[in-house]
Design a binder for this molecule. Structure first.
Ligand code: NAP
Length: 273
């Protein structure tokens, strides 16, 4: 078993990483950053996103584990006080994994430049910073609507609790094979009209976004921000690649949602009176 640890810059995360590395080595686990079987991120969901992008080229070989050093996250459900238990589970690993869908993003250009391709764990966002974005939205290559507003967000089920939720998207269970499109400040009046609600599409559908009033857009893919010129279109679909998590001691998804957004679970409903 080969393991690597990716930590954020906080002193606490660095200390937890060091303790974890020592425990793993004591148990004969090899620390290998080049070809790991397991990637452990220590920090928050943002740290796990960085770890994902660092190892996105070997997704078929790695499983991820998130240790959080702050609050319980969506990708991080181990705490620093169960490190010995985590090491024990890694030693007795049975190769079990939970797999979730990823977003495939492909940008093609007007000037014949080679198309660019990205994988997103959370979402991809198309934005225009200095004026209203006018953008045609196609589903399965069929025209759906002309969007006017700040931008559009397309998220994975695991990303649905991130940016998507802040712009009014629904929280999706991560086992669903689906993508969600949410509007960012759409212009809606008697002249301009969009659906004005999130859309969830199925695995055999894809979305195409064609900017109309500009070819210079800001494209975000998780933490990456890219200023793109001469953009013809952006195609978004569920990727053929998937992300695997070694969730030995799994926190139920809806418990994580409750914990992150509502607070400590009430003993019973009467506490809410
Ligand atoms: P950041 O701006 O430093 O932090 C954004 C926050 O989003 C952090 O609290 C992070 O959790 C949390 N987060 C990340 N992925 C999440 C998920 N799948 N479900 C729920 N919360 C999540 O950015 P970052 O840490 O580099 O992460 C980039 C991600 O942050 C983006 O992909 C986007 O989803 C999200 N984001 C959200 C907003 C917003 O809601 N307005 C704005 C910017 C970015 P931790 O504290 O555990 O790291």
């Amino acid at each position: 078993m080969r393991v690597t640890i990716i930590s954020n810059q906080s002193e606490k995360s660095k200390q937890v990483s060091k303790s974890l590395e020592d425990l793993l080595q004591e148990e004969g686990v090899v620390i290998d950053g080049l070809a790991p079987d397991i990637v452990i991120s220590v920090g928050g969901d943002g740290t796990l996103l960085s770890a994902f992008h660092r190892y996105a080229h070997i997704l078929d070989q790695v499983r991820f584990i998130g240790v959080h050093t702050g609050h319980l996250g969506f990708y991080t459900d181990w705490r620093e006080f169960n490190l010995a238990d985590l090491v024990d589970q890694i030693k007795n690993d049975k190769q079990e994994a939970e797999e979730y869908p990823l977003l495939d993003v492909r940008i093609s250009y007007q000037n014949g430049q080679e198309a660019k391709h990205y994988l997103a764990l959370n979402e991809s966002i198309l934005k225009l910073m200095d004026k209203t974005l006018v953008c045609d939205l196609f589903i399965r290559d069929e025209f759906f609507e002309r969007f006017r507003g700040d931008g559009l967000c397309v998220s994975t089920p695991t990303g649905s609790t991130g940016y998507n939720k802040s712009v009014g998207g629904a929280v999706l269970h991560p086992s669903l094979e689906a993508l969600q499109i949410t509007e960012i400040a759409s212009l809606n009046n008697r002249v301009f009209r969009t659906l004005s609600s999130p859309i969830v599409i199925s695995p055999n559908e894809w979305i195409t976004l064609k900017p109309i009033n500009t070819s210079s857009i800001t494209l975000m893919v998780d933490q990456l921000v890219s200023e793109e010129e001469n953009v013809a279109e952006v195609k978004l679909k569920i990727a053929k690649e998937r992300v695997s998590f070694a969730r030995y001691d799994h926190t139920h998804f809806w418990d994580r949602v409750e914990n992150a957004f509502l607070g400590v679970k009430k003993q019973n409903a009467s506490d809410l009176d």
